[in-house]
Design a protein around this ligand. Structure first.
Ligand SMILES: Nc1ncnc2c1ncn2[C@@H]1O[C@H](COP(=O)(O)OP(=O)(O)OP(=O)(O)O)[C@@H](O)[C@H]1O
Ligand SMILES: O=P(O)(O)OC[C@H]1O[C@](O)(CO)[C@@H](O)[C@@H]1O
Ligand SMILES: [Mg+2]
Length: 488
């Protein structure tokens, strides 16, 4: 077994590997344990097997050959027979960081209700306004009554922010307030911050469990099947695409342009396009494109307008940024968290298309640009995301109560697991354009791939899939996971 402070790797037979998460007892030996109060909970009395077996693990790769090694596994999430906190000892806090995402309030609600109703915990604080709220703002007491209706609202009732991560000040605040469970909801940046907080807590030898709940509307968090709020966002994006289609269809040579979120990954644009069937072209950050000449966007646009009389273009906000940078000579501006600030590619491409047709005078077009960017993430989560958020929150609560720390929760092939922070933060999930899912999109829109045979070869070399067995498999940066429904 190898052991570092972020991940414990345990090897087993036939190539079995467990990438385990840290536990409080790794650095505080002989902690007392207590029976899990869940076994006395009437709602759970019907459950055949109350507790997750300590040896249960979840396979990262589920499509295998006869001779395949058993591969990487993660610890299965869920309630344990013994817990490391007494109910009246727990003082928990919840913080939300980064951009908004449908379902944030549901996760907050279910952490509060899970702690309260499953474990009898009454002291729970909301940290106001993201990481900086630990040391710069007041806290918000959270009870089941306070959070009762919040899942019906978009946003986050405790506020969020970018930047302001100061590990020492945050851990000082945790220590001063005698907080011993920290629930951190956020994207890749947030999880990196959570890892730093966990490391500092461990260095100080504190009995504080740190649990991350992955959040990103872009669906760019690796290892997990998908992130909460993504389905809701895709559904909302349909409304914008529908509007663009109606507008485009109702005029001669009508063009509808819709810009969707997706800084580095085009999952929202890809899924919204695949679901809608009204889209003629979808442009994402992972797939370079060009405008002029043979095989370019203008040529395709003209052809489609002649064939169909209208055209719908969906573009992810991170697409074509290299083209914009060349033309606009932009400064390399960053937000408070260090993320690159993007130029408005939707507006840019709308102008380019209008200019092209004005210059060539071959067709008279009418173009409408729809930018629903913030609308798709500011809404409350839909039914399936609400259930998903509940499972995530409860998995996090069970993990912290069981003494695990330095972990992120999430479904891996449909089973909830505890995943070490570094596995979540080391890479970002991206659409793989040599994958079958992208091919499906190309065949549904009929758009050109904008790739030369040489480009395809290069792309294949870069993203060599480990196996060709799975549809959509390589849409996951982890190279192993498949999109799956969630269940514990
Ligand atoms: N490498 C890092 N180390 C410590 N803290 C970080 C790091 N990167 C980001 N953070 C902190 O995490 C918080 C959120 O980061 P960011 O704004 O990048 O959003 P995110 O969590 O990636 O979510 P999203 O991109 O989905 O909106 C910020 O407060 C930021 O200071
Ligand atoms: O304007 P804000 O709040 O910085 O958020 C914009 C970014 O947040 C995200 O929704 C998530 O990272 C991106 O798609 C988008 O670029
Ligand atoms: Mg991010």
């Amino acid at each position: 077994m190898t052991n570092d402070s972020q991940m414990k790797v345990v090897a087993g037979e036939a190539g079995y590997l467990l990438e385990d998460v840290p536990h409080l007892t790794d650095y505080i030996p002989q902690l007392p344990t207590f029976p899990n109060p869940l076994q006395f909970n009437p709602a759970y009395s019907v459950v055949k097997q109350y507790f997750v077996n300590l040896d249960d693990t979840v396979a990262q790769k589920i499509v295998v050959h006869k001779s395949s090694p058993r591969g990487t596994h993660f610890r299965r999430a869920g309630p344990r027979q013994r817990v490391y906190f007494e109910f009246d000892e727990v003082h928990a806090c919840i913080v939300t960081c980064g951009g908004l995402c449908p379902g944030l309030n549901t996760v907050i609600r279910e952490i509060v209700c899970g702690l309260h109703y499953m474990y009898g915990v009454t002291r729970i604080l909301g940290i106001d306004g993201g990481y900086r709220g630990f040391y710069a703002k007041n806290t918000i007491p959270l009870t089941p009554k306070v959070v009762n209706d919040i899942h019906k609202r978009g946003g986050t009732i405790i506020g969020t922010s970018r930047g302001g991560h100061d590990t020492f000040k945050i851990v000082d605040s945790i220590q001063d307030r005698e907080i011993n469970q920290v629930y951190i909801i956020g994207g890749d940046g947030t999880q990196k911050g959570a890892a730093a907080i966990y490391q500092e807590i461990r260095r100080r030898g504190l009995k504080v469990a740190v649990a991350g709940i992955p959040k990103t509307i872009d669906n760019d968090i690796s290892v997990i099947d998908k992130s909460f709020g993504f389905d809701t966002a895709v559904e909302e994006a349909q409304r914008a695409i529908n509007a663009a289609h109606v507008e485009a269809e109702s005029t001669e040579n009508g063009i509808g342009v819709v810009k969707l979120m997706g800084r580095y990954s085009g999952f929202i644009a890809m899924y919204a396009t695949l679901a809608s069937r009204d889209v003629d072209c979808c442009l994402i950050p992972e797939s370079p494109f060009f405008l002029e000449g043979s095989g370019g966007l203008y040529e395709y646009l003209e052809r489609r307008l002649k064939e169909n009389g209208h055209f719908v273009l969906v573009i992810a906000e991170g697409a074509g940024q290299d083209l914009l940078a060349d033309e606009l000579h932009t400064m390399n501006e960053k937000d408070a968290s260090g993320n690159k600030l993007l130029q408005d590619v939707g507006l840019w491409i709308s102008h380019k298309i209008k200019d092209h047709f004005a210059k060539t005078q071959r067709l008279h077009i009418t173009l409408k640009y729809i930018d629903p960017t913030y609308m798709i993430r500011a809404i409350p989560s839909n039914a399936s995301d609400n259930v998903y958020c509940t499972l995530l929150a409860q998995s996090a609560v069970h993990g912290a109560m069981a003494g695990y720390t330095g972990f992120t929760v999430g479904p891996v092939n449909g089973r909830h697991a505890y995943i070490p922070f570094n596995r979540i933060t080391e890479t970002q999930n991206k659409v793989v354009i040599t994958d079958r899912m992208w091919a499906r999109l190309l065949s549904s829109t009929n758009q050109p791939s904008f790739l030369t045979p040489k480009d395809v070869l290069e792309a294949k070399k870069e993203e060599e899939p480990p196996t060709q067995l799975l549809d959509g498999e390589n849409c996951k940066d982890s190279k192993d996971a498949v999109a799956a429904t969630t269940s514990t």
